[in-house]
Design a protein around this ligand. Sequence first.
Ligand code: FCB
Length: 484
Amino acid sequence: MAAAANPFPEDFIWGTATASYQIEGAVREGGRGPSIWDTFSHTPGRVFAGQNGDVTCDHYHRWEEDLDHMARLGLQAYRFSTAWPRIQPGGVGRANQAGLDFYDKLVDGLLARGIRPVATLYHWDLPQALQDQGGWPARDTARRFADYAEIVAAALGDRVETYTTLNEPWCAAFLGHASGAHAPGITNPLAALKAAHHLNLAHGLAVQAVRAAAPGAQASVTLNLHVIRPATDSAEDADAARQVKAVGNEIFLGPMLEGVYPADLLEDLAPVTDFDFVESEDLTSINQPIDWLGVNYYSTSAARRRDGGRAGRTAGPPRVGPGGETAGTESSNGGHGPGNPWVGADCVEFLPPTGPLTDMGWNIDPPGLTELLVGMARRYPGLPLAVTENGSAFGDTLEPDGAVHDPDRIAYLESHVAAVAEAIAQGACVTGYYAWSLMDNFEWGHGYSRRFGLIYVDYANGQARHWKDSARRYQQLIAAQGRI
Ligand code: FCB
């Protein structure tokens, strides 16, 4: 019998992803200015065990070794982020050449190894100086971001063909400004909505800036689209799921891809704001054609209307945050930031996740990834998709011989690669898969207590890198072009 055809196209891209603050360290080198994550992590009580990204994986110094690991893995692409405060230490003005030099040599090193660089311009490390002037709730930050995007695209555009404007603006807006679990740690629903809008605007202006500075480059954005299922088939629970998806997904998809804030979203949010911070040309500026959409996916959740429905609103955060990010729960934000990230949806609650969970407390639901990809492909025909993050945290043990046996992570990887294959078989145009993450790193509010890497980082022993079994499995998968 002939083997089933491999659904992954020949040119499907296998990569890994990281983010600047999570791996670089060297926070005071090369003229880098402070970011909101430096401030936040150095504020007592914000991050698990008072940890911070000052050193983390020390990638800033070990980048060559890390590139060699990528080459051994057989990676075809590497999704990294550029740190805005390395390139514009104060968030404005001329580029800091030393900051650009770091990414210059990183990009050259990738290309020399046959690995395609995929640059994300914002993975949450806003220059502190811009925060001091209002941060994302202030409109001017969007303009500043476009200037920065132009600097990066002008410097790297002859070698980097693909740019992603923002990583997960939902987290930046709502974990940063509503629940307060992420930097800058604000708990103000109106500030969160302004931040969301200015992130949208930043995206649109940055797409234009990238296209002007690097004609021919591809532009994209990465969203953590929440897969939310109604807890029951009641109309109330269907509406609860709709409401969460509106403020979790549509608040970005609408403006970026359709040029509107949907009417139901505006209605849900009317008690908080009338969106008077949206200026007349904004939606046109935001709604720029993009070349592909990045999707980060980790898990799913189920939502229901709280007892009493709209009339019986009760205060307080949902019990469990939907997948893909830390939400405003006790466990996920270290007990700080008591706010609710689900602005306008405070009569919605989430069911506790079921089944085996990862160390993040997130459920493992590969069909959710298929559902998400197929749903987006049907909704936006002609817009290619890429899975720009997917992975799992488990408690790893480094054996005396340097091995790390992580069968749970391997199972997660295989089942999600199979879920992507299924989406392609159902007709979705998916062009790449980027495992989160190349190596263990600083997991935001959780510090170093969660390990997502394919490669184990022995922080206590000179940040030594050790391949986990999952790294070997990914190496095989790449070599077999996804054939499990
Ligand atoms: C995503 C972030 C990424 C990492 C993973 C686990 O929300 O983009 O930096 O923290 O979750």
